[in-house]
Write a new protein. Sequence first.
Length: 248
Amino acid sequence: MVEYKMLNKALMYIFVGHILGLMKLDQTLEEQYEERGDDHVGSSSDTPLRKDAFLLSDDEKIDRIQDNVREILLTLGMDLDDDSLKGTPKRVAKMFVKEIFGGLHPDKKPSASTFDNKYKYGEMLVEKNIVLYSTCEHHLLPIVGRAHVAYISNGTVVGLSKMNRIVDYYAKRPQVQERLNIQIVKELQKVLGTEDVACVIDAKHLCVNSRGIRDIESSTVTAEYGGKFKDEAVRSEFLDYINLDTEF
Ligand SMILES: [Zn+2]
């Protein structure tokens, strides 16, 4: 009998120890993710999408997100019967699906129409100061800045606004700035059929400016250089154009 009790006690210790161990493991993982988010470490150049990402229609997604936003606000203690808040869940859900995360769906990718370089312009073409609005995927707060994109044609050219549209398409996703930069360059390389594409992004992350460290002045610069832009002279020509203080 005594032995049986002791065995029971021992088993209980093992069980409790196991649970505590699991809790500890859980905590550390959670802490790791929290830290990783604050450090803004991305994992791949592809947006981490699930295989079933597009099984639901946009309207079905809006319905589901609306319920979830309502739940968040209720949990925070907000009175959703108040006139000012009544429309918020639906408004936020539509904004997520149709606007700020509207670039997740491959159907929204700008069409790949290109032209022959008839006037044989063989120098660098730079589209600078492209206004960029994106969303940090670690905090779901805005990233606001400018992208500067350049390419050297190997016979194919794109309409100028195509570059703005490609920037906008990839910006409208939960993003990491480094990934956004790479995605823009890869897409233009594909469309233009050349490696000679570059992109520099200078952007403010509201998760750094408005919370956490609250540094309102700092901005983040990333750059991706393909093909000829890896050459120092070509690269500095591009950077000189970006720094041109053009006034109109
Ligand atoms: Zn962030």
